[in-house]
Every structure is written in structure tokens, then in C-alpha cells.
Design a protein around this ligand. Structure first.
Ligand code: C2E
Ligand code: CA
Ligand code: CA
Length: 416
């Protein structure tokens, strides 16, 4: 167990001593060091005001203040972020209270019938750990933001230090290679590897994003041509900054680049984030419509992280919807998340969009995505982003192994 888990602080709220001790002893098994108990909602609130907890287990039926009220108070007064809801009542009631808590802004790691099982606790703690490490990573990223200068980025381009990696997108059925997504990489000689989130944001701030985009798109197109010469053909997905969409000349420029390489726009998918289409977006829509008219495919990226609604979605001439990792990650352990995912997939299908599940990291998530009839998958479970040369090796050797491994796992599942 890593150091981070040990430092987690947990509060178990249950009026029954037996139940409380059950949860506490399970937590101890997971080597959590700081585990506290509270006997009812009032007691819990006092403790939550005194010290900060990373996770609160809440029993729904308690004297004085019940779990429903406790959940509301925690959310309203921002007393904790993550909760697990437990009850001996029927699962649909527990689930609907979980949904209420989520819409109140709490992070519900799970909703379970009592007594909670060790495997459920394990899965929930894993999610919490992922969340915590993401938070500390984004803190770190915040700190290192602004270390780049405009000149750094221009140098990174002219010295060709900034390059592209490629991550396979596979058909859910049959695991055929449908395309690759180009992802920017920068191995800086002094600063080491720099995350694309950092240098793309910096390029946007310094007004050099179109230069960077133009440079990267050329690399991607050149690469696509060279793969074709090698005899392999698949779509190329390329990320566009939302800022580029306000550039009136973008559609023309991009088309000219593609024509220069004698490629067809319908082999290219341009990805734009969901946020680019929520809010005041008429110029963005105009650019997207032009690109679509020229034959490019358009993907809405990171769907599920922003606030685009169904109407905004239907206004965009998109061809593909990429379901963000936050919707997909650990979906098997979160029933309300599964419901959101399912309705999103159905909405995308109604709008005739190809669906792509991003960030598949394990077999269980893949099984669920398969059951929901999502069209394409992308994620570390199948392949990490890799250099262009590695991709050919991966296609030749690794893909067949992955298919075989999955077939065997599925056979085993069916037997059980
Ligand atoms: P994105 O477009 O959502 O790209 C997917 C990100 O998820 C990539 O991160 C990829 O490495 C990562 N990923 C893929 N599968 C998994 C998985 O199973 N688990 C996890 N945890 N992560 C997975 P990366 O390469 O760090 O890129 C981050 C973001 O930077 C991209 O998010 C995109 O918004 C932006 N970006 C990257 N390259 C470009 C570019 O050329 N142009 C623009 N405008 N943005 C770019
Ligand atoms: Ca993307
Ligand atoms: Ca994405």
C-alpha cells in the first residue's frame, strides 16, 4: 500500500456499534491509519468541523439526524468531499440518495447495502486514491505553469523538440484499428518532459497556438502519408485548440495542408473539447461547419467534463463523441455514473454520432462499454500513446496478443 493511502483520514458514521466496527476493521485491513467513528449525524458534524476527513462513511438510518440530512449538511457547509453511503434499505433508495448527494456536489465513491464488502471498499479506495493523486498532480502542474516563455515554445518548434505520439483507437467489436489520435510531446533538454496540457496552455496564452498547431499538423500528415506508403491505412485524429476556432482562416489553412499531402479530409478527425461548444459560440460553429463542409470529421472531445447540453450538442455538425475518462473510469462500481453514461451513449446514437470511450484502463470497464454498444475504444488497457515507429511494431505483434488475451478472458467470464 503506498504512502498516500496511509495518510488518508476516514470518519465512519453509524449508530450501530457492530456496523461501525465492521467498517473500521475493514479500513484497518487496508492500512488506513487515521480512522474515527461517530454515533450519529450531530456527532459527525462536530467532528467534521474540528478536523478535515478525506472520506466519510454515512449510514442512512440514524437517530437525531439521519443520513439524508447529514449528506445535505456536509454538502451545504462543505465539510467533506468524498462519501460512501451505506444502508440496509433497498438498493434503489440508497442509489437515489447517492444521486442526490452527487448533484449536491459531493463525490460519491459508492452506495452499498450493509454490510459493505471488502471488494467494494477496495474499489472505492482505489478511486479515492486516483482522485487524490490527480489533485496533487494538478497542484504541481499549477506550480509549474508559467515557467515557459514564448521564446521557449518558438524554440521547441524550430528545434523540432516538440513531436507527436500516437494512441490507437480500436473498434469495440473485433478490436480492429480504426484510427490513431496524435498527442503532442515535448522532451525539453533542460526541463525534461513537459506535459502537453502545460505547453498547449502556454502557447494559447502567448498567442502562438496557431503556429504550433500548423507545425504539429504537418508532422501528423507527413506521418500519415508514410504509414500509407508502408501499406497501413487508418484515420488520423488531431486535437484543435478551442482558440483556433475563432480563427476565420482555419478551415482554409487546414484544407490546404491536407491537399498538399494529397490526403482526403474524410480520413481526418479534428477533435475539439466540449467546452468550445458551450456558451457563446457562433464563430466556433461557423468554423466547424466550414470544416465539415470540406469533408473533415469532427469529434467532440472530453464529453462529460463540461456543461454542454443536448441542445448545444445537436447544434454542432460533429460526427463523433468522445466520452471522457471521468464518465468511463471505474464505471462498474458507480451505478449513477453508469446511468449517465448509458443515456449519453443513447443520445449520441440518436444524433448519429460515432461513440468513443476514452481512458479504458481495465477489463471490467471494457465489458461495460461493450455492453453499451459504444463504437470505439481508446485507453491504456489497449495501448498507451507511442512514437510512430513503435506503432508499426504494436500493430504487427501486440494487437494480436491483446485480442487473444481478451478472447480468453471473455471465455472465462462466460463460463462463470
Ligand atoms: P485529450 O485530447 O483528452 O487526450 C487524451 C489524453 O488521455 C492523453 O493525455 C492520453 O495520453 C491520455 N490517456 C489515454 N488513455 C488513457 C488511459 O487509459 N488512462 C489515462 N489516465 N489517460 C489516458 P496527454 O497526451 O497528456 O494529453 C493531454 C491533453 O493535452 C489532451 O487531452 C489534449 O487536450 C491536449 N493535447 C495533446 N496534444 C495536443 C495537440 O496536439 N493540440 C492540442 N490543441 N491539444 C493537445
Ligand atoms: Ca483528444
Ligand atoms: Ca479527451
Amino acid at each position: 500500500m503506498d504512502g498516500l493511502m496511509k495518510t488518508l483520514k476516514v470518519l465512519v458514521v453509524d449508530d450501530s456499534l457492530v456496523q461501525r466496527n465492521h467498517v473500521i476493521s475493514l479500513c484497518q485491513k487496508h492500512e488506513l491509519e487515521s480512522i474515527h467513528g461517530a454515533t450519529d449525524g450531530v456527532d459527525a458534524i462536530e467532528k467534521l468541523k474540528e478536523q478535515q476527513f478525506d472520506l466519510v462513511f454515512i449510514d442512512l438510518e440514524m437517530p437525531k439526524m439521519d443520513g439524508v440530512e447529514l449528506v445535505r449538511r456536509i454538502a451545504a457547509d462543505n465539510l467533506a468531499q468524498s462519501v460512501i453511503i451505506l444502508s440496509s434499505k433497498d438498493p434503489s433508495l440508497i442509489l437515489s440518495i447517492g444521486t442526490m448527494a452527487e448533484s449536491d456536489g459531493l463525490n460519491v465513491l459508492g452506495t452499498f447495502q450493509k454490510p459493505i464488502q471488502n471488494s467494494d471498499l477496495f474499489a472505492s479506495l482505489k478511486q479515492l486514491r486516483a482522485l487524490k493523486s490527480k489533485e496533487s498532480k494538478s497542484d504541481k502542474e499549477h506550480k509549474i505553469y508559467n515557467r515557459l516563455t514564448k521564446q521557449n515554445i518558438l524554440d521547441g518548434i524550430s528545434n523540432e523538440q516538440i513531436t507527436l505520439f500516437y494512441q490507437p483507437k480500436l473498434t469495440t467489436k473485433g478490436l480492429l484499428l480504426k484510427g490513431v489520435e496524435a498527442l503532442a510531446r515535448w522532451q525539453h533538454p533542460k526541463l525534461g518532459p513537459i506535459s502537453p496540457v502545460e505547453f498547449i496552455t502556454a502557447a494559447e496564452q502567448f498567442g502562438v497556438i496557431s503556429k504550433l498547431t500548423h507545425y504539429l499538423f504537418n508532422i501528423a500528415l507527413e506521418q500519415k502519408v508514410s504509414w500509407q506508403q508502408y501499406g497501413v491505412n487508418f484515420h488520423l485524429s488531431f486535437n484543435l485548440s478551442p482558440l483556433s476556432l475563432s480563427d476565420k482562416g482555419l478551415a482554409e489553412n487546414i484544407s490546404a495542408q491536407v491537399a498538399h499531402y494529397h490526403l482526403s479530409p474524410n480520413e481526418i478527425v479534428l477533435e475539439i473539447t466540449e467546452n468550445a461548444i458551450s456558451g457563446e459560440v457562433s464563430t466556433a460553429i461557423e468554423t466547424l461547419a466550414k470544416l465539415r463542409l470540406k469533408g473533415f470529421n469532427l469529434a467532440i472531445d472530453d464529453y462529460g467534463t463540461g456543461f454542454a447540453n443536448a441542445q448545444q450538442l445537436s447544434r454542432v455538425p460533429a460526427t463523433e463523441l468522445k466520452l471522457d475518462r471521468v464518465l468511463v473510469d471505474n464505471v462498474t462500481t458507480k451505478p449513477q455514473q453508469r446511468a449517465i453514461l448509458k443515456s449519453t451513449v443513447n443520445l449520441a446514437k440518436d444524433l448519429n454520432l460515432t461513440t468513443v470511450a476514452e481512458g479504458i484502463e481495465n477489463f471490467d470497464d471494457f465489458q461495460l462499454i461493450l455492453a453499451l454498444k459504444v463504437d470505439l475504444v481508446q485507453g491504456y488497457y489497449f495501448a498507451k500513446p507511442m512514437a510512430s515507429t513503435e506503432l508499426i511494431e504494436w500493430l504487427k505483434f501486440d494487437l494480436a496478443k491483446i485480442r487473444k488475451k481478451l478472447r480468453e478472458k471473455q471465455k472465462l467470464e462466460n463460463k462463470q
